[in-house]
Design a protein. Structure first.
Length: 385
C-alpha cells in the first residue's frame, strides 16, 4: 500500500519495515534485558528467531502479546470479559473511543478480545510522553500504535492534530483498520469519565463534508472499560495530593514508568469491556437538531459519555465506596458485610502504599473512594436519561 510520507513519523511500521526494526530491537541491550525479565527461562535467541518469523504486525501481536496478556489476566485478574453484541456488523472498521483507566492495558486487552471475536485488532493512539526509551517507541509501532505528539507550541499542536486526524481517516478508509483512542488526554484521575470536545474536534479536522459527516466516516463506537480494582489508584491519589500541595508539580518520565509497571502487574479483580452500537445513526439525529458547531461537539461528547456510563459493569466496591463517601447506607442491599470489610481493607492497604512526607490520609482516602464511586454516580445519572 502507498502510505503518504507525511505520516512516516507517527504511523505504525509497515510489514516491509519490520525486519529492519526487529534487528534493531534484537541488538538493543535494554530491550533484551526487559524481554529476559518478562520471559524468564526462554532463550533470547529463540525469541529473536520467533520475531523474525512474524511477517505482519498482526502476526507479531498474536505470536507475542496475545499469550502474554492472557497469562497476565490469569495472574493479575479474576477474568476478562467482552460484550460487543451491539456491533451488528463485525466486518466494518470502527474507531473505539473509551474511558481510560490503564496506560497500556486498555488498548492491549481490547486487541486480544477482538482477536477472540475474529475481528481485526486496533491501531492505538499513544502519547509520545510515554515513549521514554527508543525500544519502547519501536515496540509500540510494531504493535500497531500511532503517535500523539505532546509538549508542543500552540501552532505545532494544531499542525500535529491535523496530521493525526488525516492519519486516522486514512487508516479507516484506505488501510481498513480499527482504531482505539481515549476519550480524553490522559487518564481521569477521579474516574469521572468525560469526553473532551477537543478530541472530537481533532478527529473532525480531516475528511469531507461537515463535522458530523467527518466523524461518521470514522464509525465511532463508545467503549466502556470497567476494572474491579485499579492497581494505580494509590498513585493517582498521591499525584492529586502532590498537585494540591504544589501547583507546579509535574509527573516525571520515571513516574509514568512506575504507573505502567504498577498497572501491568497489580491486581485488577474482574475486568469487563462493553461496546455500544456505532454512533452513525445517532449522529444523524444530532445533525437534524440544527445546532451551532460548538453545540454539535458538546452534544456528541455528551452522547459518548452517556453510552460509556450506561455500559459500566459495576462491582460491590463501587457501591461500598459510594456509601462510605456519602456517609450513608443507600446502597447497602448491593453488597454483603463481607464485601464491605474486604473493600475497606483494600482501601487501607492502598493508602498505606502512598509515600509522601506530608501524607494527608483523609484527603487520600476521599480521593480513592471518589475513584470507585464516580462510575456508579455516572451510571445512575445516565440511567435517568
Amino acid at each position: 500500500m502507498n502510505i503518504p510520507a507525511e505520516f512516516d513519523k507517527i504511523r505504525p511500521y509497515t510489514p516491509e519495515e519490520l525486519p529492519k526494526i526487529y534487528e534493531e530491537l534484537i541488538a538493543d541491550p535494554s530491550f533484551r534485558a526487559v524481554v529476559e525479565s518478562v520471559m524468564p527461562g526462554i532463550p533470547f535467541e529463540a525469541l529473536a528467531e520467533k520475531m523474525r518469523l512474524c511477517r505482519t504486525n498482526l502476526e507479531f501481536q498474536k505470536a507475542f502479546f496475545y499469550g502474554l496478556l492472557w497469562d497476565l489476566v490469569k495472574k493479575c485478574a479474576n477474568g476478562l470479559t467482552f460484550d460487543c453484541s451491539a456491533l451488528t456488523d463485525k466486518t466494518m472498521n470502527y474507531t473505539f473511543i473509551s474511558n481510560h483507566r490503564d496506560i497500556i492495558l486498555d488498548s492491549a486487552f481490547l486487541c486480544i478480545l477482538l482477536i477472540d471475536q475474529k475481528m481485526n485488532t486496533v491501531e492505538i493512539a499513544i502519547g509520545d510522553n510515554l515513549l521514554i526509551y527508543p525500544w519502547i517507541k519501536k515496540l509500540v509501532r510494531i504493535n500497531k500504535s500511532f503517535i500523539v505528539q505532546r509538549g508542543l507550541s500552540m501552532r505545532q499542536k494544531l499542525e500535529a492534530s491535523a496530521l493525526m486526524s488525516r492519519y486516522m481517516h486514512f487508516a479507516i478508509t484506505h488501510k481498513h483498520e480499527n482504531l482505539w483512542i481515549a476519550q480524553r488526554q490522559g487518564r481521569a484521575k477521579d474516574s469521572n469519565d468525560r469526553t473532551q470536545d477537543s478530541v472530537l474536534k481533532m478527529m473532525a479536522m480531516a475528511g469531507e463534508g461537515d463535522a458530523i459527516a467527518r466523524l461518521k466516516e470514522l464509525n465511532l463506537v463508545p467503549l466502556s472499560i470497567s476494572y474491579e480494582y485499579d492497581p494505580c489508584d494509590f498513585l493517582k491519589a498521591k499525584e492529586l495530593q502532590q498537585k494540591r500541595d504544589d501547583a507546579n508539580f509535574r509527573k516525571s518520565p520515571e513516574d509514568d514508568l512506575i504507573n505502567m509497571q504498577t498497572g501491568l502487574y497489580g491486581y485488577k479483580g474482574r475486568i469487563h469491556f462493553q461496546t455500544s452500537a456505532c454512533l452513525n445513526k445517532e449522529l444523524d439525529e444530532i445533525k437534524e437538531r440544527n445546532l451551532s458547531k460548538t453545540e454539535v461537539f458538546t452534544a456528541i461528547s455528551e452522547l459518548i459519555d452517556k453510552h460509556i456510563h450506561q455500559n459500566y459493569h459495576l462491582y460491590a466496591g463501587n457501591y461500598v465506596a459510594c456509601d462510605l463517601l456519602m456517609g450513608d447506607t443507600r446502597f447497602a442491599e448491593e453488597y454483603t458485610e463481607e464485601e464491605k470489610v474486604k473493600f475497606e481493607k483494600y482501601l487501607e492497604g492502598q493508602i498505606a502504599k502512598i509515600d509522601l512526607p506530608n501524607k494527608d490520609i483523609p484527603f487520600l482516602r476521599n480521593k480513592i473512594l471518589t475513584m470507585y464511586a464516580n462510575p456508579l454516580i455516572n451510571y445512575l445519572e445516565a440511567a435517568k436519561s
